[in-house]
Design a protein around this ligand. Structure first.
Ligand SMILES: [Zn+2]
Ligand SMILES: [Zn+2]
Length: 318
């Protein structure tokens, strides 16, 4: 800080002395020494002021430039009506383009949202479809059933997928504990008495009051008999589809909705049809959306450690 100041001072003094020398003033008294110091900054300021004025002057002159129609100051000083009109049009166009971009962005966001809604809706509709449940990956099936019981008002603790000890989840309702077992079986693959006995043992081990055994197939007669004695509740494929329908109500609409990318109108494609485009009421082309059934983003969770997977619900058994 001190060093540049010092050199600045020296420079100014030298400049001042040089100016005095040019003016022919001898610099041999102390008054003239101080005068030489003052005249340095003055000379620098004068040069800066001249440069600044010249720039301002040139700028001012440029505003009087002739427009293509030969009028001085036509564009910048709005002296030419044609140029003024043209500039207005350009500004208008720019604003319209900006509005159009905003509109398109909004339609695009809405369209994406609609697509997601449709994906989740299709997924829910398929849950009520037993064939779809039978095709599910076993873990996904477990999670879907857990989610269903949560929707029915249970507090559900999904147990780790491997080594589950004959139960897939622990559930609570009104303070009573029950165990859940899910078996995703093909149609003809019935659940028999031995499987229920194993499940009953798991229930006792957990000191649960009762248990629910869910399957996509059905139970053998001996299994049904056994369940009556042991206090196990059985949910077969049909019952499961009914519960799913209860949890995810809504009749299948058999169509897929999509949004017109031009005007945002919602059009419908038949779910099974093969039309690749549909025209909206304004005649815009709407391409068929790619909608894949997808679980709602909160529905499928990775298996957690049981203690971290606790949720509270008030539930009343029907
Ligand atoms: Zn002009
Ligand atoms: Zn349209």
């Amino acid at each position: 800080m001190i060093v540049p100041l010092f050199w600045g001072f020296v420079l100014l003094a030298v400049a001042g002395a040089a100016v005095l020398h040019v003016l022919g003033v001898p610099a041999d008294t102390s008054a003239e020494f101080w005068f030489s110091i003052l005249i340095g900054p003055a000379a620098v300021s004068a040069i800066v002021a001249v440069i600044w004025s010249l720039r301002r002057g040139f700028r001012w002159l440029s505003t009087w430039k002739r427009c293509p129609h030969g009028i001085m100051g036509g564009v910048v000083r709005s002296k030419c009506p044609v140029c003024v009109e043209q500039r207005k049009r350009e500004e208008e166009k720019k604003r319209e383009e900006q509005e159009e971009r905003t509109r398109k962005a909004r339609i695009s966001a809405d369209s994406e949202k609609l697509c997601q809604e449709e994906s989740e809706r299709l997924y829910r509709e398929q849950l009520a479809d037993l064939r779809r449940l039978r095709d599910m990956d076993p873990l996904e099936f477990e999670l879907v059933v857990c989610r269903m019981f949560e929707k029915l008002g249970y507090r559900v603790e999904h147990t780790p997928f491997t080594n589950d000890g004959g139960k897939d989840a622990l559930m609570w309702r009104n303070g009573t504990k029950c165990v859940l077992e899910c078996k995703r079986y093909r149609e003809g693959n019935h659940v028999g008495r031995p499987e229920l006995q194993k499940f009953f043992a798991a229930m006792k081990e957990e000191r649960a009051s009762w248990g629910v055994f869910v399957t996509t197939s059905s139970f053998t007669d001996t299994a049904k008999e056994y369940s009556k004695k042991s206090g196990l509740e059985l949910v077969d494929g049909e019952g499961l589809a009914q519960l799913m329908e209860q949890v995810y109500p809504g009749t299948p609409t058999n169509c897929v909705r999509a949004m017109c990318p031009d005007c945002g109108e919602v059009v419908a494609f038949s779910a099974s049809g093969d039309e690749t485009i549909v025209l909206c009421s304004r005649g815009h082309v709407v391409p068929r959306p790619i909608v894949r059934p997808r679980p709602p983003h909160d529905a499928i969770e990775k298996p957690h450690h049981p203690r971290r997977h606790q949720r509270r619900y008030a539930f009343h058994r029907q």
